[in-house]
Design a protein around this ligand. Structure first.
Ligand SMILES: C[S@@+](CC[C@H](N)C(=O)[O-])C[C@H]1O[C@@H](n2cnc3c(N)ncnc32)[C@H](O)[C@@H]1O
Length: 238
């Protein structure tokens, strides 16, 4: 692939654009099939690999700063990868094992969405399902996840679906989170401004919260996902 083809590939659902070293590093580490890598500073990329990711190999095409900035204004290295084959939402829900699935209801901020994918991967969630208009594979979400979309399945669903899993609503008004959260749960988190929908709250088997100091209304979405996943790990003694 040539650098001047990257703009068109942004509209191709079969490929993903990876902006920045960390996104590319994780994508490669978790098996990405790269179609092209470009940088204007190969020495810096080589230094980053040596310092942060000696387990990966990259062979970037060297272009001028102006050529790279015309495609991506903020990154010192850019790559395009084939979008990995991953389960659809029903496939994610059907995955075996005790790990929870993270359901993000209509997330608005792509960086936040990506940060949720990142912590879901770090904490061993089975997968991430989103609803709403945002494409969870948008380059800004991939940048937010540091490329960890390649480490676990991430898919968008048009409707709220839970398969045969219990649905747990995470909401600041809920009961304090405890180790009693069932295994294989769908852990649902609401949109940044308005929280969870009435429909989801009505369907939930339980409504749970991370207790906060008096006067604090809520946590940032990705912070809440992180707090819940790692609190559950600690509460269950794993
Ligand atoms: C920024 S908050 C939404 C704030 C919204 N005004 C509300 O009251 O729900 C985004 C999501 O993070 C989760 N969240 C935030 N703080 C939480 C807490 N203390 N306990 C559990 N979940 C929380 C909830 O799922 C919430 O819908």
């Amino acid at each position: 692939m040539r650098l001047d083809e990257v703009a068109r590939s942004r509209r191709d659902p079969g490929v993903v654009v990876l902006e920045g070293f960390h996104a590319i590093k994780h994508a490669v580490r978790f098996g990405a099939d790269l179609l092209g890598v470009w940088t204007a500073d190969p020495a810096e990329v080589a230094a980053l690999i040596a310092r942060l990711a000696p387990d990966i190999a990259l062979d970037p095409t060297v272009v001028s700063e102006a050529e790279l900035a015309a495609v991506v204004p903020r990154a010192q290295v850019l790559a395009v990868a084939r979008r990995p084959r991953q389960p659809d939402p029903d496939g994610i829900l059907a995955l075996p094992g005790p790990a929870p699935v993270i359901l993000l209801e209509e997330p608005r901020h792509l960086g936040n969405l990506g940060a949720c994918v990142r912590v879901a991967a770090a904490a061993g969630a089975a997968g991430v399902i989103t609803t709403g208009v945002q494409d969870p594979w948008h380059p800004d979400a991939l940048r937010g996840s540091a490329g960890l979309h390649f480490a676990l399945p991430v898919a968008r669903s048009r409707v709220i679906r839970t398969g045969d899993r219990p649905l747990i609503a995470l909401d600041p008004t809920g009961e304090p989170l405890s180790a009693a959260v069932p295994e294989r749960a769908v852990l649902a988190f609401g949109t940044e401004r308005d929280g969870l929908s009435d429909e989801l709250l009505a369907r939930a088997d339980a409504r749970l919260a991370l207790p906060m100091s008096p006067g604090v209304s809520s946590l940032n979405l990705a912070t809440a996902v992180s707090g819940v996943l790692f609190a559950l790990t600690a509460l269950r003694g794993r």
